[in-house]
Design a protein around this ligand. Structure first.
Ligand code: ADP
Length: 491
């Protein structure tokens, strides 16, 4: 059908029409003009011929029959030849275009076919053959209704397409279904255009059907994937919300537990404070009374018992003091009253408070040792603890060294207490400064302490900005060392 339209167009090309018309007119006009010219010429000649000389007659004959006649003939034939050439060139171009268009149409993967005014199939390309399974021979001449599924036919699918076609001249992007030769239904997108003849009258329509099966399948798959994804996201969101709720609940529980713990802690502090104070007062009284009784002279048996009472009361006093210190440290209430202090004074006070002990004491204060910036009572407490440990864990009459001097580096003052006692096993060295940690020794001395002294000593030294550590050889004694910052020099 396309081919016919193109041939039509070519035939209607302007030069071709003009050639035909002009040749038609020339067919009559040329003989008539020649006849008229001959008549005029002969008439004129019969009137004027006698007066002309032979040369004039010769020239006139040559002009009329030898020049004007051949010129008119040449011009006419030349015009016709050029017109025919132009027409042939146009026809050749149209034929090329026609072949090109025909190959596009026939090679297209879309179904392209034409219908006459009664919707009877006129042409059928290869795409149509592949999609619908009809060879051209079996479909050309059939009504296009064979391609419409029964259900759509009943709903007036073809009629509605025709209505739109005649109203607008074309139908575009119309989604519908069509029936194949073997009875399958195919989703298609239809584009149909009215075709008009030379005189403008409708001669049929062209139809393009695009197979949409793959696209629709892909769209369906994408939609399904989307739904799956949405479901998964919704599920995850639900899980996250549940986890969030659980976390919030846990958090609330933790906050409540923390609150409870704080209350318990406060209660414990209160309790420790109360008990320590309540214990300290009677213990002080017991200690004072024992000392009084002992100094007033006692029978030997009673004296020994009183000494035991005094010793145990002192132990209890130290324990109470330790527990009180620990409670203050835990609550961050360890307050230091720092002032410049002379290391020699600190050592003297600590030794005096320790009292008599059967040891070979060696005290060495290096000349020029500077004052330290410290809470004197607390430093005496640390020194007292280290000295009493040295006594506790070393044999009678053994040597104990208390040495003080500038620390290497110069910014601090270094204190050290060295005994010749049992020493500390290597695996315990890092732990003896922990709260309530005691080295298992399986001897009577074990009952002497509570594992509080070194912990408190470390806290006090660190609160001063110093450091405490131990150097020991098990079985050959231990050296406890600590540093304190030197006091700023007085102007
Ligand atoms: P305690 O009251 O038990 O002596 P400390 O905190 O003062 O508590 O000491 C912790 C542990 O360190 C002690 O149980 C002891 O085993 C060990 N220790 C401390 N000083 C010495 C020392 N001079 N020689 C050997 N062991 C020591």
């Amino acid at each position: 059908m396309t081919t016919e339209i193109l041939r039509d167009l070519a035939a209607r090309a302007v030069p071709a029409r003009r050639v035909v018309d002009a040749v038609k007119r020339l067919r009559w006009a040329l003989p008539l003009a020649i006849a008229l010219t001959v008549v005029v010429h002969q008439a004129w000649e019969s009137l004027a011929y006698e007066s002309w000389s032979p040369a004039q007659r010769f020239l006139e004959g040559v002009l009329i029959y030898g020049v004007v006649g051949p010129l008119v003939t040449y011009w006419t034939l030349d015009w016709i030849a050029r017109a025919i050439e132009t027409r042939e060139a146009i026809e050749a171009r149209v034929r090329r275009g026609e072949r090109y268009l025909a190959s596009i149409t026939s090679g297209s993967a879309d179904a392209i076919f034409s219908l006459d005014t009664e919707d009877v199939v006129q042409t059928w390309n290869r795409g149509a053959e592949e999609i619908f399974g009809y060879p051209p021979g079996s479909i050309i001449g059939q009504h296009v209704g064979v391609l419409v599924p029964e259900s759509l036919r009943r709903r007036g699918d073809l009629a509605s397409i025709r209505d739109r076609l005649f109203a607008d001249g074309f139908v575009r992007g119309y989604r519908t279904r069509r029936l194949t030769h073997d009875g399958r239904e195919v989703d298609v997108e239809l584009t149909q255009t009215l075709l008009r003849g030379e005189d403008g009258g409708i001669i049929g329509s062209s139809v393009i059907l695009r197979d949409e099966t793959d696209r629709i399948a892909a769209e369906t798959a994408i939609r399904r994937l989307n739904q799956e994804l949405e479901a998964r996201v919704a599920e995850r969101t639900r899980q996250l919300e549940a986890a969030g709720t659980a976390l919030r609940a846990n958090n609330d529980a933790l906050v409540a537990a923390n609150h409870e713990l704080k209350q318990l802690d406060a209660l414990k502090d209160e309790f420790v404070d109360l008990v320590s104070h309540e214990l300290r007062a009677p213990l002080t009284n017991i200690n004072a009374s024992v000392e009084l009784l002992l100094s007033n002279g006692m029978p030997d048996g009673a004296r020994t018992k009183l000494e035991i009472i005094g010793h145990e009361a002192s132990r209890l006093t130290r324990l109470v003091q330790g527990v009180l210190d620990i409670s203050r440290i835990g609550a961050g209430r360890l307050k230091l009253l720092k002032a410049p202090a002379d290391p020699a004074d600190l050592c003297r006070t600590a030794l005096m408070q320790l009292g008599a002990a059967d040891r070979d004491w060696r005290v060495h204060i290096a000349p020029g040792t500077p004052a330290v910036m410290a809470d004197a009572d607390r430093v005496v407490q640390v020194l007292g603890n280290l000295l009493s440990n040295a006594v506790k864990y070393s044999p009678a009459a053994s040597r104990i060294d208390l040495t003080v001097g500038p620390a290497p580096g110069g910014a601090d003052v270094l204190f050290s207490v060295t005994d010749q006692g049992v020493g500390i096993p290597a695996e315990e060295v890092d732990r003896i400064f922990e709260r309530f940690h005691r080295v298992e020794r399986h001897d009577a001395r074990e009952t002497y302490g509570h594992g509080l002294g070194l912990y408190i000593a470390r806290k006090i030294v660190e609160a001063h900005g110093g450091r405490i550590w131990v150097e020991t050889t098990p079985g050959a004694g231990a050296t406890f060392l600590f540093t304190l910052p030197r006091a700023p020099e007085e102007p």
